[in-house]
Design a protein. Structure first.
Length: 73
């Protein structure tokens, strides 16, 4: 009879370990999906459509192109 009790206790321990591992994997999967969603959201925000500034003109003082100050309508 003692081996039967030992096998029952071992089986209960294996089952409890399986349940714990299953819950941890579900939690980790949910966390990974949440992090992936945040990364996709940040990527969409960074690849936004640039604003149309209209015609540009060379600014010799700063050495860059700037939006033209005169209206072209």
């Amino acid at each position: 009879m003692p081996p039967l009790i030992a096998f029952a206790l071992a089986g209960a321990g294996v089952y409890a370990g399986y349940r714990w591992l299953s819950r941890e994997l579900d939690r980790a999967t949910a966390e990974a999906r949440r992090m992936h969603g945040e990364a996709e959201r940040r990527a969409r925000e960074q690849t936004a459509v640039p604003k149309d500034l209209g015609p540009l003109e060379w600014d010799a003082a700063s050495g860059v192109y700037r939006p033209s100050r005169r209206e072209t309508h």
